[in-house]
Every structure is written in structure tokens, then in C-alpha cells.
Write a protein that binds this ligand. Structure first.
Ligand code: CTP
Ligand code: MG
Length: 241
């Protein structure tokens, strides 16, 4: 019997326009490590292989930075949209892969426990699993003049995160359909939804928040700094005992 293998697909090819850094967002560092390294190293603890969609010109640099991970890593050139980047990466998976976890490099601090949970749900028979958190702001729909049209019932809203997990056959089919119909989604589950398949939401994690703007980056840099200081403090305490 062949065991059911899993893969991680990391779309990391974006330019990070809203972040406004000097380099593509995946190459930005927090606490001495790039976002792509952080995302890939966590995934590598759970899946059997990883495919990264990299920004043009950064493929070799990223491949080099990931060469010591415990699973095989393939780095390809990404596409013009996130959907295209994922689609190209899916095309590189080895034949034995049965489960695929698609994880944004920009959600570099998603904990291993969340990644593991998504895979476990797939292994338990789910075909599409998406972590999400409840929306706490009130959301309004506006017209082109910024006049409010209506207020959405917050109870049924979820802000989705990654990793999003899928049965390989389903996500391949969803991306194939998207390609044929020239559809682009801001996540992968939306492509699966278009096929009419059921997508299960599971509890997400604050740490899986996406780094989009400079203030998101600052939040994680401050967090890392605090953690470092706490370690130093407990080390020095330890020294005195
Ligand atoms: N992504 C990708 N290929 C693209 C565009 C985005 O692989 N053509 C990836 C990004 O690298 C990121 C994830 O998709 O890890 C989520 O996208 P987003 O947060 O929007 O990142 P960017 O597109 O880089 O940022 P921006 O939209 O501000 O330019
Ligand atoms: Mg983008």
C-alpha cells in the first residue's frame, strides 16, 4: 500500500506593492529570517515536498535559502496573478501526492499546529479545508459614491487564512477550470467553490494573519523583538540561580 503523501505549495511571487519594501515581500526579513524561509520551514515539518512560486529573478536565491529543509523543495518562476502562480506550482507536484496545502509566504507566522490541523482534516476525509476567523468589524456594502447600500450580517462572515488544504484531484480540477475560463480568485477555495464542492471552515489562528502593509510588518517585528528580550531576560535570571 502506498502512503498518502502531502505537498505544500507556496505562492511567494508577489511584488508586495502595498508593503512598499525595496525587495519582493517574500524576501523581506523579520528577526533575521525571510518570510519565505519562515513559511517554508514550518510547512516542511508537516508535508513531504514543497513547491515555491518565486518572483522573477529570485528563484536561485530562494532555492539556496531553502536547501537545508528536511523535504525536497522545487522553486519555479511564479505567474502574473496569485492564481497563476499556484497553478504553475501545482503542475510541479510529484505523482504520488494526494493532499495539497497551499500557503501564502505572506502568512509566514502561521503556526505548525494550524498546518497540521488542516492536513489532519484532509486525512480524515474532507476535500477542502480552510482556516478562518470570525469578522469583528461591522461590514458595509457601498456604491461607487461611497454611499452605504446595506450592512452585512456579521454572524455569517469569516476572514479566511492559509494554509488552505485540498484533495489533490479536486484542486487540480479547480485550477484547470479556472485556467480554461480565465478566472482569478483571491484564494484557492473560491475556485473549488465554483465547482460546487463543499469547503469546510476550521478555526484559524491570529498568527496566520497576512503581512500586507508596513504596519503588519512592524507588528511582527515588534513581536519578535519582545520574544528575543524575554529569552534574554530568562537566560540572565537562569544565570543567577
Ligand atoms: N503571489 C504570487 N504571485 C503573484 C501575486 C501574489 O505568488 N503574482 C503571492 C504573494 O507572494 C503572497 C500571496 O500570493 O505570498 C498573497 O498575496 P499578497 O499578500 O497580495 O502579496 P503581493 O501580491 O506580493 O502584495 P501586493 O498585492 O500588495 O502587491
Ligand atoms: Mg497581491
Amino acid at each position: 500500500m502506498t502512503s498518502a503523501l502531502s505537498a505544500g505549495v507556496i505562492p511567494a511571487a508577489g511584488s508586495g506593492e502595498r508593503l512598499g519594501a525595496k525587495r519582493p515581500k517574500a524576501l523581506v526579513k523579520v528577526g533575521g529570517c525571510t518570510l519565505i524561509y519562515r513559511a517554508a520551514s514550518k510547512l516542511s515539518k508537516v508535508v513531504d515536498e514543497i513547491v515555491v512560486a518565486a518572483p522573477v529573478g529570485y528563484e536561485a536565491k530562494i532555492a539556496k535559502s531553502l536547501r537545508k529543509l528536511s523535504v525536497p523543495v522545487v522553486v519555479i518562476t511564479g505567474g502574473r496573478s496569485r492564481t497563476e502562480s499556484v497553478s504553475l506550482a501545482l503542475g510541479q507536484l510529484t505523482p504520488g501526492i494526494r493532499y495539497v496545502l497551499i500557503h501564502d509566504a505572506a502568512r509566514a507566522f502561521a503556526p505548525i499546529s494550524l498546518i497540521r490541523k488542516v492536513l489532519q482534516m484532509l486525512q480524515g476525509g474532507e476535500n477542502a479545508v480552510v482556516p478562518a476567523i470570525a469578522v469583528t468589524d461591522t461590514i458595509k456594502i457601498v456604491d461607487e459614491n461611497e454611499h452605504v447600500q446595506s450592512t452585512v450580517n456579521r454572524e455569517s462572515l469569516r476572514a479566511v487564512q492559509t494554509p488552505q488544504g485540498f484533495a489533490r484531484a479536486l484542486i487540480d480540477r479547480a485550477h484547470e477550470e479556472a485556467r480554461l475560463n480565465e478566472l482569478i480568485g483571491t484564494d484557492d477555495a473560491s475556485l473549488v467553490e465554483m465547482l460546487g464542492a463543499t469547503v469546510l471552515i476550521i478555526p484559524g489562528d491570529e498568527r496566520a494573519r497576512k503581512i500586507t502593509t508596513a504596519s503588519d510588518l512592524l507588528h511582527y517585528r515588534n513581536l519578535k523583538q519582545k520574544m528575543k528580550q524575554n529569552v534574554k531576560r530568562s537566560d540572565s535570571k537562569g544565570g543567577k540561580v
